[in-house]
Design a protein around this ligand. Structure first.
Ligand code: KG4
Ligand code: ZN
Length: 365
């Protein structure tokens, strides 16, 4: 597929309900890589799930039902638009928790049917992948490191709707590894930001944790061994004082940074082989873990070293939000891509269906 030169203005409503954030937004697409957020509302369910130390699917689905209609109305009011001004309705159709996906997708279908608007069933991963078009006016091709609570992938983003998966995780996603580490150390949910805060005070050299997959020729990841090593050390040291927790977090984060640098460098080499010029030597980082400053500065160094430009959308657009869904919807609509009202939600939905299974997998696509 070629980039769209479609300069029609498109106003798209975006709905996100794939995990523990209910979100609605309206985005205006003025043309290729020219977007503006007219409203972007996120209602987080953190309090509902905190007591369980993780997302409970049934609670998530119910919470989406409770707030989504109100949130959509608010997003339309803030954008100061009526339904007659909207060109399409984009809803996350996967991957994610099925109950939540059904709530958002059914709502999107209902609005599309009632207002005779096109429906765009959005892949949540594609939305993360394309956010940089909205935030940084950047168009494909670029190399993408997608690091979230559910996914850890390195992708060649050739164009909208065209992805080549270079690497993925064999076990835990990186955000999940941060969250599990936090839980183990008694830090509140969600753990990623907490681990980062503790790591700032800690000694990153105190524990020599493993660097799983470093040196392998394919840019896959694995975090299960790192998590186990950390658990063993924590059990040896128990009861943990604050300094122990900080040092464990710092040493864990240091291992993660080294793994990410090695794996991304391997992906850069593979990705660069397919480029005919220096254009496209761009690394984009997306997903919730992209908010981590230590990881960002490691990647800054790597990009400087390898002649790549680094782009990271602002934190509010890295974590789950409706604007990224609306933008991905607008990008698809501009290319004539929309979906029938019979489109079924997909708990799994890989961006590159042709990718070979990663070896050793209990893999998350
Ligand atoms: O993309 P996202 O909002 O939701 C998913 O699609 O999964 O990512 C959430 C994940 C959580 O695992 C959270 O702990 C992690 O991103 N995260 C972080 C940081 N901020 C969020 N991990 C490490 N450091 C952070 N500062
Ligand atoms: Zn996400």
């Amino acid at each position: 597929m070629t980039a769209s030169n479609d300069n029609r203005e498109l106003r798209v409503l975006g709905i996100e309900t794939s995990c523990d954030e209910t979100a609605a937004a309206v985005v205006l697409r003025r043309g290729p890589a020219k977007g503006e957020i007219l409203s972007n509302l996120v209602s987080t369910q953190l309090d509902e799930h905190a007591a369980f130390g993780g997302v409970v699917p049934e609670i998530a689905a119910r919470a989406h039902v409770e707030v989504l209609d109100k949130l959509i109305k608010q997003a339309m009011d803030e954008a100061d638009l009526g339904w007659g001004d909207i060109d399409g309705v984009a809803a996350t159709a996967g991957p994610g928790l099925l109950g939540g996906l059904l709530v958002g997708l059914t709502t999107g279908k209902t609005i599309a049917a009632a207002r005779a608007l096109p429906l765009i069933a959005v892949n949540h991963l594609e939305a993360h992948a394309l956010t940089v078009g909205l935030s940084d006016a950047l168009e494909p091709p670029y190399l993408l490191l997608l690091v979230s609570g559910g996914h850890t992938q390195l992708l060649n983003v050739r164009d909208v709707d065209s992805y080549e998966r270079l690497g993925t995780t064999l076990d835990d996603a990186l955000g999940e590894a941060f969250d599990k580490t936090a839980k183990l150390l008694g830090l509140p949910y969600p753990g990623g930001p907490q681990v980062e805060i503790c790591a700032r005070e800690g000694d990153k050299k105190r524990f020599d944790f493993p660097r799983p997959m470093v040196g392998r020729s394919e840019p896959h990841f694995s975090f299960a061994g790192l998590k186990t090593a950390l658990r063993r050390r924590a059990e040896d040291l128990a009861p943990l004082c604050d300094a122990d927790i900080n040092d464990l977090c710092a040493s864990f984060q240091e291992a993660v940074c080294e793994v990410i640098i090695d794996r991304t460098a391997t992906a850069m080499a593979l990705y660069s082989k397919g480029l005919s010029s220096d254009a496209g030597r761009t690394l984009v980082v997306a997903g919730g873990v992209a908010a981590n400053q230590a990881i960002r500065s490691s990647l800054d160094g790597l990009c400087a070293d390898k002649g790549f430009t680094l782009h990271v959308p602002p934190a509010a657009l890295c974590t789950d939000n409706g604007a990224m869904i609306a933008w991905a919807g607008a990008e698809r609509l501009a290319r004539g891509l929309s979906n029938g009202l019979d489109f079924a939600a997909r708990a799994r939905w890989p961006l590159d269906p042709d990718a070979a299974p990663a070896t050793g997998a209990g893999v998350k696509a």
